[in-house]
Design a protein around this ligand. Structure first.
Ligand code: HMG
Length: 411
């Protein structure tokens, strides 16, 4: 049975900052952010945009843009690490907003940035083993990445959601059913205690953990594969990675290349030119959306995948690798095959018009938004107004009353 992605959609928040502006405000050379981290802009969520509103809007787009019958959705999973409740899952709000059937299996998954990929694997298994009985799974990756103002992690924030319909009619991408490499290890590279709205991170160590996990997941994939040659870089037309910031994908591809070549390749060596060439062909072209959105945690890998699908034709794209990493940590490496003819959906999946319509914030406006978000606390709030934040559209967070989160468009 062929199982994979039938529909995909990205939903962005409505504001952003230029990282050059942030660098100037922090007294840092802008090239550290634009070249050193490879990031140009960063999405900024107002208090009225949360993981629920992002997930609902992304889910709606995926179903509407591809004309999928809502009654066909038999599983709904939201992968997130920035949920809004310790108990009630984001997925239930989405279920209500989309009016999905009551026997839809609905839940939330968490493992840092790996949460949505974990859900994709489960959806794949559910369909492959025949239990879906013709139904489809809606998997949504929705997150707002936050670090404290002035923190080293500050330029690697972002916000957004990617929704995917996984089914046995994969119009866009088909997963290899046999080869999935996995890796897990308890590490304290990045975490967010229950009492904190922002993540704690050991930044440089987190990069090391990511790269070790890549080696581990790739080794497992090679070990399980009946045809290990499938994982050779020369067999792959594209390699997509989890992208907390674009330079991380370059580091990941460098490590992938080293494992493939069976040797360490120093950045100063002549051989590094081959690494750079390979990166510029197989990974860099699909980072343009990540560069202007920032880290969206669970959705980052899939945002790069959208970029890949909107820029290619099936004539040139036969086989790709996908590497997912979630701090803490868990990782996977798998192979997928773009479905012949996927390019006919290009316009439906392209988020660039929406991203171009975002409003640019000054740094003092961005800081004010962050301070207000931080001051909301745990109690009731007044009612927020979309006009105050220059927001349009439905399904916005209106504030809390009697400890219940209220949303426009939801009773
Ligand atoms: P930092 O210490 O401020 O930056 O934090 P740096 O000093 O390491 O510099 C960054 C790069 O800029 C370096 O390049 C510098 O050389 C270069 P590299 O050597 O790495 O290639 N640089 C310059 N380039 C041009 N012009 C200049 C200049 N100055 C310096 N003037 C760090 C960087 C990423 C650590 C920080 O932003 C951070 O802590 N971010 C959050 C953690 C993170 O994103 N980790 C990634 C791996 S873990 C992961 O992906 C999981 C995650 O998504 C969470 C989850 O799973 O849920 C985070």
């Amino acid at each position: 049975m062929r199982v994979g992605i039938e529909a995909i959609a990205f939903h962005s928040v409505q504001h952003y900052i230029e990282l050059a502006d942030l660098a100037e405000a922090r007294g840092i050379d802008p090239e550290k952010f634009t070249k050193g981290l490879g990031q140009v802009r960063m999405a900024v969520a107002t208090p009225m945009e949360d993981t629920v509103t992002l997930a609902i809007n992304a889910g709606l787009k995926a179903l509407e843009n591809f004309g999928i019958d809502y009654g066909d959705v038999g599983t709904l999973v939201v992968g997130t690490e920035s949920g809004v409740d310790h108990s009630k899952p984001v997925a239930v709000y989405v279920h209500e907003a989309l009016g999905l059937r009551s026997n839809c299996h609905t839940y939330e998954t968490k493992h840092a940035c790996f949460g949505a990929m974990a859900a994709v694997f489960s959806a794949n298994d559910w369909i492959s083993c025949g239990r879906a009985d013709g139904s489809k799974a809606l998997v949504i990756a929705s997150d707002i990445a936050r670090y404290p103002l002035g923190d080293r992690g500050e330029p690697t924030q972002g916000a957004g959601a990617v929704a995917m319909v996984i089914s046995d009619t994969p119009n866009l991408l088909q997963f290899d059913s046999e080869i999935n490499g996995h890796y897990t290890k308890h590490v304290m590279d990045f975490w967010r205690p229950l009492y904190s709205s922002k993540a704690f991170v050991n930044g440089h160590y987190s990069i090391e953990c990511y790269l070790r996990a890549l080696e581990g997941a790739l080794a497992d994939a090679l070990d399980k594969a009946t045809i290990p040659e499938l994982y050779k870089l020369n067999q792959l037309q594209a390699c997509v990675y989890h992208v907390p910031f674009s330079k991380m994908a370059a580091k990941a591809h460098h490590r992938h290349f080293e494992v493939d070549a069976g040797e360490k390749i120093d950045r100063e060596s002549k051989r590094f030119e081959d690494v750079k060439k390979s990166f510029s062909e197989k990974t860099s072209p699909w980072l343009s959306l990540n560069r202007i959105v920032g880290n969206i945690y669970t959705g980052s890998l899939f945002l790069s995948l959208i970029d890949l699908l909107r820029k290619n034709t099936s004539a040139g794209l036969k086989q790709i690798s996908m590497f997912s990493y979630g701090s803490g940590c868990a990782a996977s490496m798998n192979i997928a095959y773009p479905t012949p003819g996927f390019e006919r959906f290009k316009d439906k999946i392209d988020p660039e018009p929406e991203l171009n319509a975002r409003r640019r914030l000054r740094i003092d406006e961005y800081e004010e938004i962050m301070r207000i978000s931080d001051s909301l606390g745990t109690g009731d709030t007044g009612e927020f107004r979309a006009s105050e934040w220059g927001l349009t559209g439905d399904f916005l967070y209106l504030g809390n009353r009697n400890h219940i989160r209220r949303y426009s468009g939801l009773s």
